[in-house]
Design a protein around this ligand. Structure first.
Ligand code: FAQ
Length: 332
């Protein structure tokens, strides 16, 4: 009936009006702060934006296990090793909740992983930097998890229900991660001169990439305006970056470490720290695959995918075996 109506010019106009009305009703639900659930009608562009963001987020969690995984065997004490293993496992778990949230939008986990392995999907730029010393594990917890929390707390209020609910648990775990990182930095900064130097060196290398995690400046962010209208994002990239800087600079001061930005200054009237310019050419190079560890990260994911093939095949065979009696019962 509906397609027949489209055959006439009047029918096409009616279909347009119907579509506009659906879009308006959808936006009204968003404006009332209602959660959108998987079976609700949603504009295709809303669905695609969520798949893109949630998948990029899931890939980031999974690839994000690699820089820290590098230090599990070299953690300086049993306690540090146990905590680091727990943290890295948490990141894997976050990836799994996020892939599940993406699957509610009609895309399969296999498809998303294939996009990551083929290099078509993005993951956070930050995970393309190397972890050279133990202090990097402190800096990742403090700065990278700190930036992740700043970005992700507002996502707990995201308009899409499954993503928002996944973020509640993820944020609780991220705050533990941030504290373990800060504790490592505190220990090093209260330690020997060599340990303090190691902490400073880690801050020097992780500061700017952490600021880049928030994405391009608002002037260059292609998705922010629409994502904010849909309440997928609640703050712009620059707003969140500013909040992170304001919270983190005093933490660096408490550690007795210097933020590696000669232009950084406190603006009394604005009540904000004003940073120097970010080198966006570095960000774009990392996104193009030219960061220090892009190749290594993808190779590690390929190797893990191959190593896990037998597990996926065994799980599929097991599931199939349990389907057989069911099918026989239904046929009988
Ligand atoms: N890296 O228009 P916008 C973590 C891309 S999880 C790579 O501003 P949007 C936990 C963007 O996708 C860290 N690509 O885009 C952990 C888009 O590309 P496209 C990840 C980036 O989506 C801690 C293009 O640039 N967190 O750390 C980056 O509105 C420790 C234009 O950008 C999330 O994913 C980047 N940094 O805003 C794990 C949070 N920034 O698709 C282990 C959820 C931007 O057009 C250890 N995501 N791009 O080709 C978000 O909040 C948003 O997606 C943003 C980007 C803010 C990342």
């Amino acid at each position: 009936m509906y397609t027949q109506a489209l055959d006439s010019p009047g029918g096409a106009a009616a279909a347009d009006a119907h579509e506009r009305e659906r879009l308006e009703r959808f936006q009204e639900r968003i404006d009332r702060d209602e959660k959108i659930e998987p079976k609700d009608w949603m504009p295709e562009a809303y669905r695609q934006t969520l798949i893109r963001q949630i998948a990029q987020h899931a890939h980031s969690e999974v690839v994000g296990m690699l820089p820290e995984g590098n230090w599990i065997t070299r953690a300086p004490s049993l306690r540090r090793k146990v905590v680091l293993i727990a943290k890295v496992q948490d990141e894997g778990g976050h990836g799994m909740y996020l892939y599940s949230a993406a699957e509610t939008l009609g895309v399969s986990r296999g498809e998303l992983i294939e996009q990551l392995l083929s290099g078509r999907a993005k993951y956070s730029s930050i995970f393309n930097y190397p972890t050279l010393t133990w202090a990097d594990i402190g800096a990742i917890g403090w700065l990278v998890d700190g930036a992740a929390i700043m970005n992700q707390i507002p996502l707990c209020r995201c308009s899409y229900g499954p993503y928002a609910r996944a973020m509640v648990r993820i944020c609780k775990e991220e705050s533990f991660h941030q504290r373990q990182g800060y504790e490592i930095m505190l220990t090093l900064s209260r330690g020997s001169a060599a340990q303090r130097a190691m902490a400073q060196d880690a801050l020097d290398r992780w500061w700017w990439p952490s600021l880049m995690m928030f994405g391009p400046s608002d002037a260059h962010s292609v998705h922010t305006a629409q994502s904010m209208r849909w309440k997928i994002k609640r703050f712009s990239n620059d707003e969140l970056r500013q909040k992170f800087i304001d919270v983190t600079v005093p933490q660096a001061e408490f550690l007795g470490l210097a933020v590696p930005d000669p232009d950084l200054r406190w603006d009394e009237s604005a009540q904000h720290y004003v940073p120097g310019p970010i080198d966006w050419s570095e960000f774009h190079a990392v996104l193009k695959g030219e960061g220090p560890c892009n190749r290594e990260r993808l190779e590690a994911r390929h190797a893990a995918h191959e190593a896990g093939r037998w597990v996926r095949e065994a799980a599929a065979a097991f599931a199939e075996k349990h389907q057989e009696p069911l099918r026989a019962a239904q046929a009988g």
